[in-house]
Design a binder for this molecule. Structure first.
Ligand SMILES: Nc1ncnc2c1ncn2[C@@H]1O[C@H](COP(=O)(O)OP(=O)(O)O)[C@@H](O)[C@H]1O
Ligand SMILES: [Mg+2]
Length: 257
């Protein structure tokens, strides 16, 4: 499957979702990060192989998209304008994507940019069924309706946005600190959730040895693991919603041995 993660705004979770929602479930995918070199944070996971290309090298990006059957393109905010310009020059490029995922977050500016992104994709002529809005950083999943937290996007969905993107059933990714924690661990949320370290035993041992550093590590490890399990349950649900036909993948493999 060929997927592009796009939004005119930065900080909507494009890179986060490209890794933890898309790549973690399809570890053999080619990941193309359209970003100025080394500005990407998709590279932060050791098990994933990421190609960084700036939008000025669009022909190479287009080649990657055409050559690979499974590709995830994460368009960074620094390159999104240039990327969009190139997509209007190479008119068939957008048609290569099975799915364009447009994450949004509750902040006003990001919601406005989400609406603009969907409008722009529509103008490019992409089928609205292939454009999927993802409601990210939901403060309390399930408790507050999408119509309230993401009022601008929901309003657009009910009016001008009709047919330009798929909004429902709502794909909601909850706010979870674990996405920040993964940056230092360089692992996916999936890998952290599957980590079998017995933190309780480690804590007992650290206490016995009077090792305060190890004790702190064991407590932090337990909390990070719990958060990862919660986040992974959420991601698995959202993944099943977006890709109903695909079989669940449990293990993450490195692309390069
Ligand atoms: N669901 C979430 N819960 C908590 N933090 C998140 C979530 N999604 C993204 N973030 C954080 O928000 C920031 C922006 O995410 P990022 O993926 O870099 O956005 P983009 O690629 O769109 O600029 C990062 O620090 C990331 O860890
Ligand atoms: Mg990014």
């Amino acid at each position: 499957m060929k997927i592009c993660v796009l939004n005119l705004s930065g900080n909507v979770g494009k890179s986060t979702l490209a890794v933890h929602l898309l790549a973690a479930f399809a570890p053999t995918s080619r990941i193309v990060s359209v970003e100025s070199i080394n500005a990407s944070n998709v590279n932060d996971v050791d098990a994933l192989d990421v190609e960084e290309l700036s939008a000025s090298r669009f022909k190479e990006i287009f080649r990657e998209i055409m050559l690979n059957d499974d590709v995830i393109v994460d368009v960074g905010a620094s390159n999104v304008a240039a990327f969009m310009t190139e997509m209007t020059r190479f008119k068939s490029a957008v048609g290569e994507f099975d799915l364009v995922l447009v994450p949004t977050v509750p902040a006003d500016k990001q919601q406005r940019d989400t609406v603009a992104t969907i409008g722009w994709l529509h103008k490019l002529g992409i089928d609205g069924k292939r454009v999927r809005v993802l409601f990210n950083q939901h403060p309390s999943e399930g408790l507050e309706p999408v119509e309230v937290t993401y009022a601008q996007v929901a309003g657009f969905a009910a009016t001008d946005g009709k047919g330009k993107a798929v909004f429902e059933p709502h794909a909601i990714v909850a706010m979870n600190e674990v996405y920040e924690l993964t940056k230092s661990s360089r692992k996916t949320v999936m890998a952290l959730a599957q980590d079998a370290t017995d933190w309780k035993a480690a804590r007992v041992e650290a206490k016995r040895a009077g090792d305060l550093v190890a004790l702190e590590r064991a407590m932090a490890g337990q909390m990070a693991h719990d958060l990862a399990v919660t986040a992974q349950e959420n991601l698995a649900e959202v993944h099943a919603l977006l890709f109903p036909a695909s079989a669940p993948t449990t293990a993450i493999r490195s692309r390069r041995a």
